[in-house]
Design a protein around this ligand. Structure first.
Ligand SMILES: C[S@@+](CC[C@H](N)C(=O)[O-])C[C@H]1O[C@@H](n2cnc3c(N)ncnc32)[C@H](O)[C@@H]1O
Length: 306
């Protein structure tokens, strides 16, 4: 196998989430209900951008994308709708700077659906990479507190109650919003720039909802070109076996399903969908001729064509 052949399965949970964040993020970051594993953000940034590039996360949360970007010498802009999370992301960026991160990061509090209007106009068309993850429904995440004799209490599972927070809008509303967000990303990306987005299927009313597949279609409708579809492991790899790092909620759902006789498995990965903004041939952006991008070996549409 050639040494530079890109791997489509990323070992991004060799350490558990707490160990990945320890010391690198402020302790209070644990209160956010749906954080990206820092190793996923770091690997995407190292793979699809270069030092000095500009990286954006339109739904920045605690700033995982931004913190990993500035540690890798990239500059970063985050947009986050909820003021407390935006402030926490800024605090995490200050913490990264105090640890010697060389990139510059900033966070804007705003609505990702208006991305090109929300970020610094000078950045539009210059972004090398977007790394992001959409908000999921409450069943998949949150914090758990065990109370002796009272069982488990779940908290921090829905962000705020503001309806503009996309965790509240249901699947159709989320896909519509993601259409606007990805179209905005296509505008802020430089020609040929990358967008890497994590997504997982989830169960709803007894059906497995193929959120990654739906997001592929939304991204393509927004003018992006699917480039790779990778697997970011949420389980550790040790020799020839997996080390489970399953969340409480995933385990709880599987246990309840099995108790009803439904043979469900725990999902141990996230899809990492990678798109590219089309390169533009010589000529104006309004009269653009789109040039086909090279397809990678792990792009399913390339396999189908072969
Ligand atoms: C899955 S979390 C992102 C977590 C982030 N990758 C991290 O590691 O911290 C999604 C984030 O999107 C934010 N969000 C929801 N609706 C938004 C909107 N309309 N505009 C911007 N951010 C939004 C939520 O508040 C939440 O912090």
């Amino acid at each position: 196998m050639p040494a530079d052949l890109p791997l489509s399965v990323w070992p991004t949970a060799q350490q558990n989430a707490r160990a990945q964040r320890a010391g690198r993020y402020l302790e209070i970051s644990g209160t956010h209900p749906a954080k990206m594993l820092p190793a996923i953000a770091a690997r995407a940034i190292a793979t699809y951008s270069a030092p000095g590039d500009l990286v954006v996360d339109p739904m920045a949360g605690i700033g995982s994308t931004l913190v990993e970007a500035v540690h890798l010498g990239r500059d970063a802009i985050g947009v986050e709708y909820e003021p407390p999370w935006a402030e926490l992301a800024r605090a995490n960026l200050r913490h990264a700077a105090s640890q010697g991160a060389t990139g510059h990061g900033e966070v804007v509090c705003g609505d990702a659906r208006r991305l090109p209007a929300v970020v610094d106009p000078a950045a539009v068309g210059l972004v090398a990479l977007v790394v992001t993850s959409p908000p999921y429904g409450a069943s998949l995440h949150g914090r758990v507190t065990a109370r002796p004799g009272q069982g488990i209490a779940k908290s921090h599972n829905r962000y705020s109650t503001d309806p503009a927070n996309l965790a509240h809008v249901g699947l159709a509303g989320l896909l519509e919003a993601m259409g606007a967000i990805l179209a905005g990303c296509a505008r802020v990306l430089r020609p040929g720039g990358y967008l890497a987005m994590t997504a997982r299927p989830y169960w709803s009313a007894g059906c497995l909802v193929d959120l990654p597949g739906a997001l592929v279609r939304v991204g393509e409708a927004a003018g992006l070109v699917l480039y790779e579809r990778n697997v970011a492991l949420l389980a550790g790899l040790r020799d020839d076996h997996l080390v489970p790092r399953t969340s409480f909620f995933a385990l709880e759902q599987v246990r309840k399903a099995r108790a009803r006789g439904v043979p469900r498995q725990v999902i141990a990965h996230e899809d990492l969908l990678v798109f590219r903004a089309p390169p533009i041939s010589a000529g104006s952006a309004t009269d653009a001729t789109v040039v086909r991008l090279p397809q990678r070996v792990n792009d399913p549409s390339a396999r189908r064509a072969a």
